[in-house]
Design a protein around this ligand. Structure first.
Ligand SMILES: Nc1ncnc2c1ncn2[C@@H]1O[C@H](COP(=O)(O)OP(=O)(O)OP(=O)(O)O)[C@@H](O)[C@H]1O
Length: 481
């Protein structure tokens, strides 16, 4: 593998405010979406909540505010709003689903029906002030848009993830905020950026943490088996189905299902997945019974799903259903200041110390690791670490112990500029990438000492400070501890 320096997708270090996919241009349908790719230290997430109040009937005054994907109403105590006194309401009367088009009122096959503004409905969209009648109760619906500020966490670690950079600490803040909310999440990021770790953290910090976490890699399963892996199969459903088997959704009941590499899911299976998400029930391949499932869905992909939708490879409705919250994990080359901490933490693992003794990286070796492009992200970093641990003998890890690609020995090829930009923008981007790489590397070599970095680079200390600030580098994190 050759290192060609920074990847063109590092276009600009400050692409502006958080982007909202699927947001209604009028702003009427704000979603919980967020893309964490930008540099500002505080991020705002739009939460889409609603309030439902009993405005007439025996339960007058009962109210609920919900940020869930579905809010259930009926006389059974498990509902989000329980109509305790209303004897004409069904046990599970209706629910309100949060969808990409707004809040959808769905009758749950109630005995006496659900009425919206006087008309009986099966499914209908709600608007502010809508009056819903169920049994002898009238309920008033009000959407609430709330903006929540996510500040970066102070701690540079969360559930086994290490990240001192502002970008990662922001993601830690977001995970802590959204984990308890029972909503779907899409995690996007290049291979090896830690998507599975994020999914595990969300599960661990959620109310479902005692339930199972079932991981299904949609890209690793042969196409002819994916349907039965997802939904299960009955004995004899196809050649080789010697016994019946529950699918991933059934096994995740009460917990979380993590659909890795969702972008690889066959187009013809996407509507089936959407139906499961909408109805929360599955039917095994070759089976007739409908099985209710209750699990949170977290999906991950290294593809740009918005582009996949545009090119007809991914269904927009499925994307909207799943992407109530989006988390964009930045590639490692955009958070190089995390590298020393990730390595320090990995070197301090008890089994590493037991097998290899205490080890540390020389400043030169660390500088090279921080200057490398890491196309395989943290996974590649971990692989390089295993290589290094095998090949270095002493306590200090030197440049000679690093693989040649990291040492830059097979660095070749043209300058990594983006030919789709104007000359001026391409030049500016190239310069910014160079500045960031150069300063990161010199700071790593000088162990975060700004004065030494100024001396070695021939820059004024003030210029170094300006560049550290501009690229949000963590000079302190590079100091030896
Ligand atoms: N922030 C982090 N701190 C420490 N280790 C990390 C971090 N992010 C990722 N890793 C490690 O990097 C490796 C890859 O992580 P993970 O499998 O979560 O990535 P991924 O994005 O799901 O990869 P893929 O796209 O290939 O499925 C794992 O060994 C994981 O423990």
């Amino acid at each position: 593998m050759t290192s060609k320096g920074p990847h063109p997708d590092e276009i600009g270090t400050n692409p502006g405010p958080a982007v909202e996919f699927g947001a209604d241009p009028t702003g009427e349908q704000a979603r919980h979406t967020l893309v964490m790719g930008h540099v500002s230290t505080i991020t705002v997430v739009k939460l889409h909540k609603c309030r439902l109040t009993v405005s007439a009937g025996p339960d007058l005054g009962r109210t609920v505010v919900s940020d869930k994907e579905r809010l259930r109403v009926g006389s059974h105590p498990q509902n989000d709003l329980v109509l305790v006194e209303d004897r004409t309401a069904s046990r599970h009367h209706f629910e309100i689903q949060y969808t990409d088009r707004g809040h959808l009122l769905v009758d749950l096959s109630s005995t006496n029906g659900t009425f919206l503004d006087g008309r009986r409905i099966e499914r209908a969209y709600l608007s502010a002030g809508s009056q819903i009648r169920a049994g002898s109760s009238v309920l008033t619906f009000a959407p609430i848009d709330e903006e929540v500020t996510i500040e970066p966490e102070r701690e540079g670690e969360l559930c086994g993830m290490v990240g001192q950079s502002v970008k990662m600490r922001q993601i830690f803040g977001l995970i802590k905020k959204i984990a308890p909310m029972d909503v779907s999440v899409i995690i996007q990021g290049e291979t090896g950026t830690g998507k599975e770790l994020v999914a595990r953290a969300i599960h661990e910090l959620s109310m479902r943490s005692r339930g199972p976490l079932v991981v299904l890699d949609c890209g690793a399963i042969p196409p002819n088996l994916i349907e039965s892996e997802l939904f299960g199969h009955e004995k004899g459903a196809f050649t080789g189905a010697v016994s019946s088997r529950p699918g991933a959704f059934e096994r995740a009941n009460g917990g979380t299902i993590f659909l890795d590499e969702l972008g690889e899911l066959r187009l013809d299976l996407q509507p089936k997945l959407l139906r499961v998400l909408e109805n929360r029930e599955v039917r095994r391949v070759g089976g007739n019974d409908v099985i209710e499932v209750d699990c949170r869905v977290i999906a991950a992909t290294n593809r740009d799903l918005v582009k996949e939708i545009a090119s007809g490879n991914f269904r927009e409705d499925l994307f909207f259903r799943l992407s109530v919250i989006q988390i964009q994990l930045p590639p490692l080359r955009q958070r190089r200041d995390d590298i020393p901490n990730i390595l320090k933490r990995a070197l301090a693992e008890p089994e590493v110390v037991e097998r290899h003794g205490r080890k540390r990286f020389s400043p030169e070796a660390l500088g090279m690791l921080m200057g490398y492009g890491w196309p395989g992200n943290v996974r590649e970093l971990m692989n390089v670490l295993s290589h290094v641990l095998t090949f270095s003998e002493g306590e200090e890890i030197l440049p000679a112990h690093l693989p040649p690609r990291v040492r830059g020995q097979d660095r070749q090829g043209p300058l990594p500029f983006n030919e789709h930009l104007s000359f001026k923008d391409a030049k500016e981007q190239l310069l910014e990438n160079f500045e960031r790489e150069y300063i990161t590397s010199v700071l790593a070599r000088c162990e975060g000492n700004l004065s030494r970095a100024a001396r070695e680079s021939g820059l004024h200390r003030k210029s170094i400070e300006r560049l550290v600030k501009k690229y949000q580098l963590d000079a302190k994190g590079m100091k030896p501890r």
